[in-house]
Ligand binder design. Structure first.
Ligand code: GAR
Length: 202
């Protein structure tokens, strides 16, 4: 059984979907802990499922590195097989990424490498893109620049605003995330191999 830590900042709808999926005895992964960088609304999902939760408030630390060191210490208590950034709106310090790589994955509401960063949905709308999407990637030390594990297109509709478009992207993200975690758990998807540049034999 693959053990998963989920890190959030917001409402945690993707977390909730993963908790629902993991409620099925046939699903090969379990969320063992939920962490947040603030008093995120999504922590209530952990409570509803009886999953331990912790908060490492970003604002309480002098630097991103200090915050990351405490986050890392909390994660080490649970020693999960996989860390899912599910709407964590902070960049992890390099020391944390390096300590856990390649076992940190991130969901993103755009078809990467298009529209990386904190405002993927807003940026797609501002660019007038006819379509955007959802992606699940391995986290590296760039901004949404790691290897892509799964992604799917979502059309932008003429009347879309940031909220309506994001709400149409999120169900796609959930489906991709649940499937990626399942494939990591069964060994069908090897994160180390996915993170290694393909070797070319002459
Ligand atoms: C999700 O769409 C996630 O991809 C996005 O925040 C949302 C969180 O929703 N993350 C990013 O934009 C990270 N760059 P949720 O809290 O309802 O799961």
């Amino acid at each position: 059984m693959l053990t998963v830590a989920v890190l959030i900042s917001g409402t945690g709808s993707n977390l909730r979907a993963l908790l629902d999926a993991a409620d099925d005895p046939d699903y090969p992964a379990r969320v063992v802990v939920v962490g947040a960088d603030r008093q995120a609304d999504g922590l209530e999902h952990a409570e509803a499922y009886g999953i331990p939760a912790f908060t490492v408030p970003y604002s309480a630390y002098a630097s991103r590195e200090d915050w990351g060191a405490e986050l890392d210490a909390q994660l080490r208590v649970w020693n999960p097989d996989l860390i899912v950034l599910s709407g964590l709106m902070r960049l992890l310090p390099a020391a944390v990424v390096d300590a856990w790589a390649p076992r940190v994955i991130n969901t993103h509401p755009a078809f990467l490498p298009e529209f990386p960063g904190a405002h993927g949905v807003r940026d797609a709308l501002a660019a007038g893109a006819p379509q955007t999407g959802a992606s699940v990637i391995v986290v590296d030390n760039g901004v949404d620049s790691g290897p892509i594990l799964a992604q799917e297109r979502v059309p932008v509709l003429p009347d879309d605003d940031e909220h309506t478009l994001h709400e149409r992207i999120k169900p796609v993200e959930r489906r991709l995330l649940i499937d990626v975690v399942r494939r990591v758990a069964t060994g069908e998807l090897d994160l180390a191999a996915a993170s290694t540049p393909a070797s070319h034999t002459p």
